[in-house]
Design a protein around this ligand. Sequence first.
Ligand code: 5RP
Length: 256
Amino acid sequence: MTDHSIEEAKRQAAIRAVEDHFSPEATYVGIGSGTTIIYVVEAIKERSTNPHIRFVPTGYQSRQVIVRAGLTPIAFDSLPEDTMLDVAFDGADEVDEELNCIKGGGACLFQEKLVAERARKFICVADYRKDQPRLLTNWPTIPIEVAPISIYTVLHSLRLLGSPNPQVRDGLLVKAGPLKTDQDFFIIDAPFPSLLTSSDVASGLGAGDGTDGKWQVETLSKEIKLITGVLEVGLFCGMDGVQAEKARNGGLGTGS
Ligand code: 5RP
């Protein structure tokens, strides 16, 4: 698969998601992070007819994408308390058959979850590479955003949950040391065996509670969130109205 065809798959998935889920009259739209979202923003720009539309970013990179496209950002904490976003679009690192997602490859998972939960409709745009029967099939780790002071206790707790070798994510080039998120927190990337879906548990593939080393997605997500020092976990599951657009092997299908 060439870089060109991967970019084309991302673009096609983005166009399909916007065609199906963006209303030209929308007023508040959440914009996620990553590279696929750039194509989403392009497609929205072509279709929007509302001069008052505002875009809520999920972090610094996302805001840059909005501004560079000539669109108007509005900070999440400027939204009136009772205002919902019409829709939020975001990318994903991996999506399973029940539309649970791993997110946080770009270290923006906390704000991504804030924005997704504030939207009437959360649309996760993922190309065919990310479409897997279970999470942690191709994507190796769960990103977790953590308060710097708690880093060693969180690493220890993750090992107790069965993560063989959780690692603090390194920063990029400029400065040695851990990567800092938009909240000035750290990211831990925690590997686990691939995660059971709820239908796996229902069909007896495992209890999903970690006792045999196997976790069900939502159960593990809740356990990780209970660790003191964890701000957010990059497992997006059980979100009402979550839908996904997946481009499967060059063809496009609505994943639901
Ligand atoms: C960032 C994310 C991104 O949405 C995810 O990593 C997908 O990125 P890309 O579209 O570049 O594959 O969760 O935290």
